[in-house]
Design a protein around this ligand. Structure first.
Ligand code: HEC
Ligand code: HEC
Length: 331
């Protein structure tokens, strides 16, 4: 309680301090520390208001609407009982909790993973087929329209080209050694297992129904995200955990040291999870593949092990050399 209060006070302080590096003159590309998440309660009960609220429900309780156990077989889009909000914290409103705000004007944009320009619906479907281990929704599906309407609503008040502080999950310094899953296992026991369970299977909601999702989501195993998900990359998990876990932590006051976050992330990514077929087709241009993508093929000659646990610096240097020399990697 006290910690929460202190966190809230610090958040307020940070919100009213100028962003680091902020200059006196305003440019549209400057981070805007004053942007607030628009208030969904203030939307009227009209067609758009209902669509946005439905979108929020789909994001906070995905399993109850399009999960693998919903009664209507046609609606079983997700392959696991996660919710988008498990990774897009506070229903997509949390800084460095993979927020979904201020995104609309960033799409369509080039996507290195598929090698083409994609719209917001395709980006959402990438999480459907990887993070949710499921199948894509049609762009015209009512659930897709609702989720996109909610994401659009989360962009209200953000000017085109405006960069907000807090996208993604953070960008802490990397280790110059491989992250250590053995050290991570004991950190997991001390800091995570009480919520996510010693076997990583999380904690189901208490309910007579089998499809009521999780109080605490699983981190690995058959009902988790698959191996093609962004959350299966060491850098994503490490930053996410550093800025958000144990649940309730904020980037303002992280609980784990960066080193501990890298090692506990190494333990999480070393665990079994569903396998996505055809991952070898990702990143048609291998020189654009992020160094911590945990599956091949790769343009460089580093071991698969190093692509999972790092260190990633030497890999990026090699990639930069290949790019500079104009090499076109064979697949
Ligand atoms: C297991 C964690 C996880 C779940 C569950 C998940 N996502 Fe994501 N999502 C991510 C991560 C991590 C990223 C950041 C991109 C990356 O690193 O690949 C992301 C990126 C996105 C983006 C693009 C954000 C940007 O900044 O460009 C959208 C939109 C999105 N997700 C929507 C959804 C929706 C809608 C759902 C539910 C149907 C969902 N996600 C479920 C982890 C998840
Ligand atoms: C106090 C309970 C608690 C503790 C301790 C905790 N978590 Fe979580 N974690 C949660 C909850 C709850 C969520 C989902 C948040 C939401 O839906 O708002 C979550 C979400 C996550 C996610 C993203 C969702 C997913 O399914 O992958 C990851 C990764 C994660 N936690 C890792 C960790 C790690 C690693 C630790 C230990 C350093 C940890 N957590 C400690 C409760 C906890």
């Amino acid at each position: 309680m006290f910690e929460r209060l202190l966190g809230a006070i610090l958040c307020l302080l940070v919100a009213f301090l100028p962003a680091p590096g902020a200059r006196a003159e305003t440019s549209p590309l400057e981070p805007d520390p004053f942007w607030n998440v628009p208030d969904i309660g203030s939307l009227p009960d009209d067609e758009n208001g209902r669509l946005v609220r439905r979108g929020r429900d789909l994001i906070t309780a995905t399993y109850a609407h399009i999960g693998p156990n919903v009664p209507d077989v046609q609606k079983r889009y997700a392959g696991n009982n996660l919710a988008c909000r498990n990774c897009h914290l506070d229903a997509g409103a949390k800084r460095f909790g993979n927020p979904l705000w201020g995104l609309i004007d960033q799409f369509p944009r080039y996507d290195a993973e598929s090698g083409q320009s994609i719209g917001i619906a395709q980006r959402l479907n990438s999480c459907m087929t990887r993070s949710m281990n499921g199948r894509p929704l049609a762009e015209t599906a009512p659930e897709m329209r609702a989720m996109v309407a909610y994401i659009e609503f989360l962009s209200v008040g953000v000017k085109p080209g405006q960069i907000l502080t807090g996208y993604g999950a953070g960008d802490m310094p990397e280790l110059d050694r491989p992250a250590d899953p053995v050290r991570g296992a004991s950190l997991y026991g001390q800091n995570c297992a009480m919520c996510h369970a010693p076997d990583g299977s999380g904690l189901r909601r208490l309910s007579a129904e089998p499809d009521f999702g999780y109080m605490v989501p699983p981190l690995w195993g058959p009902d988790s995200f698959n191996n093609g998900a962004g959350m299966n990359r060491l850098g994503t998990v490490a930053n996410f955990v550093h800025d958000n876990m144990p649940n309730g932590t904020s980037y303002v006051m992280p609980r784990l040291s960066p080193e501990d976050a890298w090692d506990v992330a190494a333990f999480v990514v070393s665990q079994p999870r569903p396998v996505k077929p055809d991952l070898a087709k990702d990143y048609p241009d291998l020189l654009q593949k992020p160094a911590d993508t945990p599956y091949g093929p790769y343009a460089d000659s580093f071991t698969p092990q190093q692509h999972v646990y790092g260190p990633f610096g030497p890999i990026r240097e090699e990639i930069a050399r290949l790019k500079a020399s104009g090499t076109v990697p064979k697949r």
